[in-house]
Design a protein around this ligand. Structure first.
Ligand code: FAD
Length: 286
């Protein structure tokens, strides 16, 4: 099913993001976690892609197993950094050969492992160029990334939104956002995007928060920690179980706020674990 056909109803569309584990055992375990999440009737499972192709083989194994063993729709992420047109085409042709209809098109960042990064092969400098290339050469429907708290390399939200608009004009039909903890930031982003004429669904990215370590990682991704969240979790910094409980409760309240505003969907960052995601979705009665 194409992405544009998924977001047409009144019910918020649930989707999950996973990453390809490094080992076969890890992939088996992931399938087990996704089986538990099937109860929430996800519209699709997006599978991340290591920039430069570091995870290409394992991403494909995960994609196939999601289809064959779980009967769910996978959406591959794809990053073009360090790839020439030939290698991009060869990957997307494999994707289309599997019968997949959608892709999340990204620029990516240079990988730390230089074996996988060939800057001399870079043909595209921004995701908008990849979107145009995919539009011209495939039948895939294309989602792109959005950053309610501004991409770290952008000078301002307005500049970032101008470039987001370039991705939509090049042919993308869905925006999936970076995680955030303050709904006001997301609402402002959607409103500003609309003013620019961006009318595609903007799907909020949700992180089920369970540890202080995740807070640190989220900050590295560019997420700001609102004062309300700091106050909420501060008493539990040294009590992992209580932190987990409080973190999930915060995200339940956050998601309730998003649902009240009638967001088109929820894209949950699972980190390959079903439990925290299930706690959030049960907490909002989904
Ligand atoms: P772009 O849209 O190209 O934007 C990158 C920067 O360039 C922005 O600051 C933008 O404002 C600026 N820019 C764009 N066009 C222009 C222009 N014409 N002139 C000047 N500046 C411009 N990474 C992975 O490696 N693998 C994944 O699977 C993955 N999945 C992700 C999923 C989601 C939902 C999100 C939000 C991010 C994901 N990322 C992933 C991270 C992403 O690859 C990085 O954030 C990367 O730095 C930017 O990719 P992009 O596609 O957003 O780039």
């Amino acid at each position: 099913m194409k992405l544009s056909e998924l977001y047409t109803g009144n019910k918020p569309v649930i989707s999950f993001e996973v990453y390809p584990p490094k080992t076969d055992e890890g992939i088996d375990k992931l399938m087990g976690e996704l089986k538990k999440l099937k109860v929430f009737d996800p519209a699709f499972i997006s599978v991340t892609y290591g920039a430069g192709g570091t995870t290409q083989g394992r991403s494909l194994i995960v994609i196939k197993r999601i289809m064959d063993e779980l009967g769910l729709i996978p959406i591959p992420h794809f990053t073009c950094i360090g790839s020439d047109k030939e290698s991009i085409l060869s990957f997307v042709k494999v994707i289309e050969g599997l019968g997949l209809k959608n892709i999340l098109a990204l620029r990516g960042d240079p990988p730390k492992d230089k074996t996988y990064y060939h800057p001399e092969k870079n043909v595209f400098h921004y995701a908008s160029e990849l979107v145009a290339f995919l539009k011209a050469n495939t039948d895939l429907e294309i989602a792109v990334a959005g950053y309610p708290e501004v991409h770290p390399q952008a000078k301002s939200l307005d500049e970032d939104l101008t470039h987001l608009n370039e991705k939509i004009k090049a042919g993308a039909s869905l925006i999936m956002t970076q995680l955030f903890f303050d709904n006001a930031v997301y609402f402002n982003y959607v409103e500003k995007a609309k003013k620019l004429g961006i009318n595609v669904p903007v799907i909020p990215g949700i992180l089920p928060l369970t540890s202080a370590h995740q807070i640190q990682k989220s900050i590295e991704c560019g997420a700001k920690i609102p004062a309300k969240l700091t106050t909420w979790i501060d008493p539990y910094q040294h009590e992992p179980l209580a932190f987990h409980k409080a973190g999930i409760e915060y995200v339940v309240q956050q998601v309730k706020g998003l649902l009240k505003a009638k967001v088109p969907g929820l894209h949950l960052y699972t980190f390959n674990q079903a439990e925290a995601v299930s706690q959030v979705l049960r907490g909002v009665s989904l």
